[in-house]
Design a binder for this molecule. Structure first.
Ligand SMILES: Nc1nc(=O)c2c([nH]1)NC[C@@H]1CN(c3ccc(C(=O)N[C@@H](CCC(=O)O)C(=O)O)cc3)CN21
Ligand SMILES: CC(C)C(=O)C(=O)O
Ligand SMILES: [Mg+2]
Length: 265
């Protein structure tokens, strides 16, 4: 089977077919996940928490992201690979972002993801104009955890929701190809999903996004730290890891995941 492209993902979203994504950090899981039907492999800086045991994503280096991106790319032939730009590798300037993004693309990513709204407008344009597809990330921004003061739901206040919706429009206009929405209210995620051209991929953002993503270790129930309420352990009741991932793929496709208990009103 041929490689999934951004164009195919965007067509799926427009046709109402939900996009299925999981985080992935190595070759063996890359093969297993895409064989089970996962379409987007996200090499997330969450690896700082689930692989390295740190309490935030801030310490993850660009070298580490390159290494894991290379591992995932080696094991994958079908999925669309998105790699996180880690903290400190892109915020200072569009040029810094381009240099970092180029390293992830050369490691095998098909798109890079960066956190932030209007402050990233110029950077998104700079990368996209130079041929690097960009995924936005709004809502809870784990790289800003010490500014926000914790991993909390975003957009509950009306002014905050209005700012996030405006940020989504700005990123969309700047040329993002996908948009991750993390830990927002269901209503805000629905409004953003209707307002932007880029397909939205939700994590703790309710069922109305164009797709869903979870941290792999959360959906297999093997993360030792605090597991967010929006995650579900799909290994429970499954007889193998492959079956657990297949159950996740089915649940996202048929809309049964996420349920109300995995979201925020
Ligand atoms: N294992 C793991 N799963 C994730 O989803 C994840 C990471 N790591 N690392 C990067 C970010 C950080 N995330 C987190 C981390 C903790 C909570 C959490 O503790 N949430 C509580 C509080 C909810 C609230 O205050 O409203 C929860 O019960 O969900 C949420 C998201 C999401 N991402
Ligand atoms: C949870 C996803 C969206 C992420 O950014 C990560 O895994 O780092
Ligand atoms: Mg991340």
């Amino acid at each position: 089977m041929a490689r999934l492209t951004l164009t195919t993902l965007q067509k799926m979203a427009r046709a109402g077919e939900r996009i299925v994504s999981l985080t992935c950090y190595d070759a063996s899981f890359a093969r297993l996940l895409e064989t089970a039907g996962v379409e987007v492999l996200l090499v997330g800086d969450s690896l700082g928490m689930v692989l390295q045991g740190r309490e935030s994503t801030l310490a993850v280096s660009l070298e580490e992201m390159e290494y894991h991106t290379r591992c995932v790319a080696q094991g994958s032939s079908r999925a669309f690979i998105v790699a996180d730009l880690p903290f400190g590798s892109y915020q200072a300037s569009p040029r810094e972002a381009f240099a970092s993004a180029a390293r992830l693309m050369r490691a095998g990513a098909h798109m890079v993801k960066l956190e932030g709204g209007r402050v990233m407008e110029e950077t998104v344009r700079f990368l996209v104009e130079r041929g690097i597809p960009v995924c936005g990330h709004l809502g809870l921004l784990p790289q800003s955890v010490h500014q926000v003061g914790g991993y909390r739901v975003q957009g509950r206040e009306e002014s905050e929701a209005a700012r996030l919706l405006a940020d989504a429009r700005i990123l969309d206009q700047a040329g993002i190809g996908l948009l991750v929405l993390e830990m927002t209210t269901r209503l805000l995620a629905r409004q953003i999903s209707a307002a932007v051209a880029a397909p939205t991929i939700g994590i703790g953002a309710g069922p109305d996004c164009h797709g869903q993503v979870l941290v792999l270790y959360d959906m297999l129930g093997i993360y030792g730290g605090k597991v967010p309420r929006f995650a579900r352990n799909f290994l429970e009741g499954a007889h193998s890891i492959e079956a657990a991932v297949a159950a996740y793929v089915r649940a996202v496709k048929d809309g049964s995941f996420p349920g109300p208990e995995h979201g925020f009103d």
